[in-house]
Design a protein around this ligand. Structure first.
Ligand code: ADP
Length: 713
């Protein structure tokens, strides 16, 4: 191609440079794009001078020019480059090498797409902002944090010279708008100086009283307000009337119920920008989010103040009760002491009637003493001053003592008192005096509220959270179904309690029927104390009752927190050494080997078995189990083996095979435990010779049943 040719105008501008890098072909569109003269173009300018001209005409920056030149040097065959010109026109520039080492440039005007794309990206940004704001405000616990974050973004996004968030306090004419946070752009300070900024901040710091300025209109109507040319507005606050302030938008910040609890003010060069959707929608959405967050934090602050007041009131109440109880005790001492002396008739004989009077004084005094002690106890527990004196207690002995204490009273009413105390229960870490107090409370109530000839059954055993979950409890604390509890149970065939009264029983001074109280002496504190003492042990109380038929009260003390001196033997040392350590163990208790590698399962199974009174040896893997089997020390031989099938080193199937092949071991029952729970597992285990098969998670009741059944055989 010898001459430059002119093409018809098309959508794309085209320029072809030959191997000597001179413009040889172009179209009209190319000339139009940069207002280049066709004559000049026909003079075949070279590539560098061509683009230098575009720069000198002000369409491109020097940097854009240099970038394009760099591309030209490295281009292999073709390249697409996006160029945003200084006049806002966006070009997709497609450069491709020709066969004779020239270049073809195609410039496509993509400004229209760009606008759509940038609108879309603004909307996406706004969505992202609202989402980000939500995420950020959710955990915020400080009003300041909420305000600063939201305002910072909004001022920036709107290009505002300043903005603030105000919170409304007080009501009606006493309302004041206090600034939560405000932001002034560096540009505003540069133009107006620090003085103007200082004036604005002083005014904001004082708060704007009801009626002043424009914001109250927004608070009243709940609608945003846009003010063109704020500085000349008649209602403008004078300290804010500054020449560089353009227009203002004031947006309501609503609480969840729609009440306006604050306002957001943003300055803008033109209020149109704040008015336009989607900005306005975004600003209103941001205000709603802020409203919810602000209200939440305000409520939290209010609640914590109330809590502090309540705590203080409760503390004062406890102190008052404690000191009052002490004051009452002193005169009571005299009443009790002197009525006793009277009854002993040391100062001379009394008539029968006088003796009766003295008896009444003494009994009333005792009753009063009981009340005072109860109040003191409760006050102490409620103020958090009561501490448990935990010690290893033989539970069965404690139960028997309590029954003996109540026996006489039961006999007097011809009540049959029976007991079912699990003798396997060993030592448990509890506060003996407190537990005795709870048991005597329940037993005394059973005696009191059971008519002559009735029955009272006392039981004590290990039970699990799953059983507790089904029962009525005065508290609703969560219960883990597999937690083992020491459970005391007092069952009577007495008057029972109507279900609608159950919730009252465990509150201080609540007696179901006042007429009964006269009939049955009582303080109305026993159950409240029992509940709190159980809670002090980390436990709870429960109740079942049918009116006119009887009641069952239970105390549940979690054993997980109170494992006393139950120790586990871990057979990781050669069995010969282990033997010496274990000589101390009781000869009667059955011994169970737990072959289990997972620490959590180890703990649970050991806990349960020890609570059932077994001696437990832990074997942490298949290798140790094989060693222990080979050693076969008579005094260490287990009565039963609980064997996890998936074990490190030697797996459970192999161990079962070896056990069942050995004349020493084959008679020892084996319970296989597996987490695999696959179809056919059970059969595989039983075929290998295990006596029972259980899958994880273990049903602890079933486990105990299985073990008991096997140890009986
Ligand atoms: P007190 O027995 O000193 O009145 P408690 O707190 O021990 O106080 O008991 C509160 C109330 O609960 C009793 O007054 C009685 O109405 C009811 N109550 C407690 N135990 C029983 C029971 N075993 N059978 C029927 N009602 C009972």
């Amino acid at each position: 191609m010898k001459d430059s040719q002119q093409f018809n105008p098309t959508e794309n501008a085209i320029a072809l440079f030959d191997e000597s890098q001179h413009l040889t072909v172009f179209n009209q569109r190319l000339a139009m794009l940069w207002g280049l003269s066709t004559n000049w173009l026909k003079q075949k300018p070279d590539l560098r001078s061509f683009f230098a001209e575009v720069v000198s005409l002000g369409y491109w920056s020097q940097a854009q020019y240099l970038q394009l030149m760099a591309i030209m040097e490295s281009i292999q065959s073709e390249k697409l480059q996006y160029i945003k010109q200084t006049n806002g026109v966006c070009l997709d520039t497609y450069i491709s090498l020709t066969s004779d080492r020239g270049y073809i440039f195609t410039f496509r005007d993509v400004t229209a797409y760009e606008t759509v794309r940038s609108n879309l990206s603004t909307q996406v940004k706004q969505q992202a902002f609202v989402l980000g704001l939500m995420e950020r405000l959710q955990p915020a616990s400080e009003l300041q944090e909420i305000g600063e974050f939201a305002l910072g973004y909004l001022v920036e996004a709107m290009g505002a010279a300043f903005g603030d968030i105000k919170i409304i306090t007080g009501v009606e004419f006493d309302a004041v708008a206090h600034v939560l946070t405000n932001q002034v752009s560096a540009k505003f300070i540069a133009v107006c100086g620090d003085v103007a900024r200082g004036e604005m901040e002083t005014l904001l710091g004082k708060g704007i009283p009801y009626g002043q300025g424009l914001l109250w209109q927004v608070v009243t109507t709940g609608e945003p307000l846009f003010v063109d040319d704020y500085k000349n507005h008649p209602s403008a606050v004078s300290a804010f009337k500054h020449h560089s302030i353009g227009d203002l938008g004031i947006f309501p910040i609503p609480a969840a119920n729609g009440n306006i609890i604050g306002v957001l003010t943003l300055e803008s060069r033109t209020a149109q920008k704040l008015r336009d959707a989607p900005q306005q929608d975004m600003l209103l959405a941001a205000c709603r989010l802020m409203g919810v967050a602000i209200e939440r934090v305000q409520n939290q602050v209010r609640l914590s103040e109330i809590n502090q007041d309540l705590e203080q009131a409760s503390q004062l109440k406890s102190e008052f009760l404690t000191s009052m109880s002490h004051e009452l005790r002193t005169p009571l001492n005299s009443i009790l002491g002197f009525s006793d002396l009277l009854l002993q008739q040391v100062a001379g004989g009394l008539t029968e009637r006088q003796v009766k009077y003295a008896q009444i004084i003494s009994e009333s005094g005792q009753h009063l003493l009981g009340l005072i002690n109860g109040i003191l106890d409760l006050a102490k527990i409620e103020s958090g001053k009561a501490e448990l004196e935990l010690q290893s207690v033989k539970v069965a002995n404690l139960c028997v003592q309590c029954l003996e204490m109540i026996q006489h009273r039961a006999d007097k009413k011809r009540l049959i008192l029976s007991q079912d105390i699990d003798q396997q229960l060993g030592l448990v870490n509890i506060d003996e005096r407190r537990v005795r107090q709870m048991l005597i409370n329940l037993l005394s109530n059973a005696v009191k509220f059971t008519p002559e000839g009735g029955q009272i059954k006392f039981a004590c055993r290990v039970a699990y959270g799953s059983q507790l979950q089904e029962q009525y409890r005065p508290d609703r604390s969560p219960v883990n179904p597999s937690t083992p509890y020491l459970c005391f149970e007092v069952q009577d065939t007495g008057i029972g309690i109507a279900q609608d009264k159950w919730n009252l029983l465990f509150r201080p001074f609540q007696q179901v029927d006042a007429s009964l109280t006269r009939e049955h002496e009582g303080t109305g504190l026993g159950l409240a104390l029992t509940k709190r003492l159980a809670e002090l042990h980390g436990g709870t109380v429960s109740l079942e009752s049918v009116e006119h038929q009887g009641s069952t009260f239970r105390i549940w003390l979690p054993l997980t927190e109170m494992r006393g001196e139950l120790a586990t033997n871990i057979l990781t040392v050669p069995p010969a050494v282990a033997e010496n350590k274990m000589e101390l163990k009781s000869k009667n208790a059955k011994r169970i080997w737990v072959v289990e590698d997972q620490p959590y399962n180890q703990e649970l199974i050991i806990e349960v078995l020890q609570l059932e009174g077994y001696i437990v040896d832990l074997i942490p893997d298949g290798g140790v189990m094989m060693e222990a089997m080979q050693a076969s020390i008579a005094s260490l031989m287990p009565d039963l083996i609980m064997l996890d099938i998936q074990l490190p080193k030697v797996d459970g199937f192999e161990i079962v095979r070896q056990l069942k092949a050995s004349s020493d071991w084959k008679h020892i029952p084996v319970i296989a435990v597996t987490a695999m729970a696959m179809k056919g597992d059970r059969d595989r285990c039983l075929a290998a010779g295990v006596n029972a098969y259980m899958s994880k998670p273990l049903d602890l009741n079933l486990l105990n049943e299985n073990i008991r059944a096997m140890l009986l055989n």
